[in-house]
Write a protein that binds this ligand. Structure first.
Ligand code: ZN
Length: 181
């Protein structure tokens, strides 16, 4: 094999590998930070609709960044309606119970065990949050000590990727400045 054909051979192996990678699961680290920030701004907008508990969430298509569903905390109606749960319900209503592996959920605050479990059971590709559970607690909101990472690692089947700290100062400001009764 001469040098040129060896190079062509290597290129085809590379392309084959790439096409497999693209059709595989969501890879959070390959999404541009700008795309993460646009989605998180939309989640902040949703969170702002509940002045006391500004948890907002959106679900996007990981490749295009298109927002497919939105939600904000509505526990004044039902205790399980955290922002992420409302967003999951809206996604299923609008898009059907499918394509979860191609989706990313963005939320203003680190998901609680209920929401993180629901997202893992759904098989969502990625979860991105702004404020950490520690910051949410500092803003006076009761939270569990199990982190989203604990939930993600506490099973043998989750393929969900996690990323925290996107637009963290803006999300922290949302919780710090919330309405307190
Ligand atoms: Zn929750």
């Amino acid at each position: 094999m001469n040098r040129r054909s060896a190079l062509i051979c290597l290129c085809s192996i590379g392309l084959a590998g790439l096409s497999r990678g693209v059709s595989a699961k969501t890879n959070l680290s390959s999404i541009p930070i700008k795309q993460h920030e646009i989605a998180m701004r939309a989640a902040i907008g949703m969170g702002s609709q509940n002045a006391s508990y500004p948890f907002g969430a959106v679900i996007t298509n990981a490749s295009s960044g298109t927002i497919l569903a939105k939600g904000f905390n509505q526990t004044f109606q039902n205790p399980v309606l955290h922002g992420e749960m409302v967003c999951i319900n809206n996604y299923v209503s609008q898009e059907g119970n499918k394509n979860w592996g191609d989706c990313v959920l963005y939320t203003t605050g680190e998901p609680c065990p209920m929401c993180m479990s629901a997202l893992i059971w759904a098989g969502i590709g990625g979860v991105v949050y702004g404020s950490s559970a520690k910051s949410i607690k500092q803003a006076g909101i009761d939270i569990f000590t199990f982190s989203a990472k604990d939930m993600n690692q506490g099973n043998s089947f989750s393929q969900t990727q996690l990323l925290g700290g996107v637009l963290e100062p803006e999300c922290n400001a949302l919780f710090i400045n919330r309405k307190r009764s």
